[in-house]
Design a protein around this ligand. Sequence first.
Ligand code: LMR
Length: 415
Amino acid sequence: MLCPYPSATAQADGKQGLMMFESVNAYAGDPILSLMDTYMQDTRDDKVNLTIGFYYDENGIVPDMAAVKQAKARLFAEPPASPTYLPMDGLPEYRTRVQTLAFGDALADVQARTATVQSLGGSGALKVGADFIKRYFPQSQVWVSNPTWENHHAIFKGAGFAVNTYRYYSAETKELDFAGMLEDLNQLPARSVVLLHPCCHNPTGIDLTAQQWQQVIGVIAERELLPFFDMAYQGFGQGLQTDTLAIALMAKTGLPFLLSHSFSKIFSLYSERVGALSVVCENPAIAHNVQGQLKFTVRSNYSTPPAHGARLVNLVLSDAGLTQQWQQELTDMRNRMQAMRSGLVKQLSEHRPDRDFGYLQRQQGMFSYSGLTPQQVARLKDEFGVYMISSGRVCIAGLNNTNLERTAIAIAAVL
Ligand code: LMR
């Protein structure tokens, strides 16, 4: 009988066996996650981690938020009755709470025509959304800001889309290139998918004003584009409600759009992978069908979502006391990041009075685009143990009163 596995006999003969995976390239690593690994291996005591988007407190610890901790204790004391699978689209009450959080005052404008599924963090929401739109808009291309979170490119390419960029950041002014952004959006064919950050733009920290959002939404409506908002930092910019301004404006138009929502940072629930995808449709009947197709997308990717993280978020958002406590903690996080940002600007201005750092102060949220070159970033790592993404993105939440001055001195030295 012919051996179905020729490699085994071939190798016994001392010849080359059948190669299956020889064309698999070595993984170059992820610009964010792999850098975090390098940071962890650095043995210097005074190293500073400004890499990944983790919220660290003043002690450099990723906090277990008190409201979430209480929710965990309650869940532990009263475990849910049925340990079976969640529905494909997740915990029903969680989905409703998440809609309330995302749409705020605009909820009434969209709720009946919105399909929402629980997702594996914000990335999972993007992936389910990308797979879903690829099925219905196979000819469409995706447009992301230049720059954007690196994984946006990977996720949409992975779903089979061509991914292009629209102008966003001007390296020359270190500010938003709004004219360029509008000009680019104004060229797009109908049904192009436009990825937008409603608040705390990652990586630049540069957000649009209300008036600028009105203009962008005007272009979206006129050119019949499909906006996909990615909201991973709601509440880290100006507040839970203010940060959803773009979404509220979009909701008022009555037009369709997608929204991915992450609770990794704002509930400090990174490893639970908890988020949501909402698709706002034209009317409730369409939303019903879309909900079904999102379920299918989930089923064919990973079947059903995990329960624990969603139960925690649902518990916090369904209990008035816990919600209030969580909101206060979120406010404290935002205020701490704002203080660190101002502190960095102050220190940099003292050490480099020849430079204007006003642009850093005008950015908001968890990240700052420092304007440092990859070479300067490499020097910071090698000579000072200060780690940031090679694009010059700084995670402001990695700063605290212990490492702030040292970091500013290091940056001032390489500038
Ligand atoms: C970041 O941008 O650092 C975070 O969103 C973490 C990640 O997954 O990249």
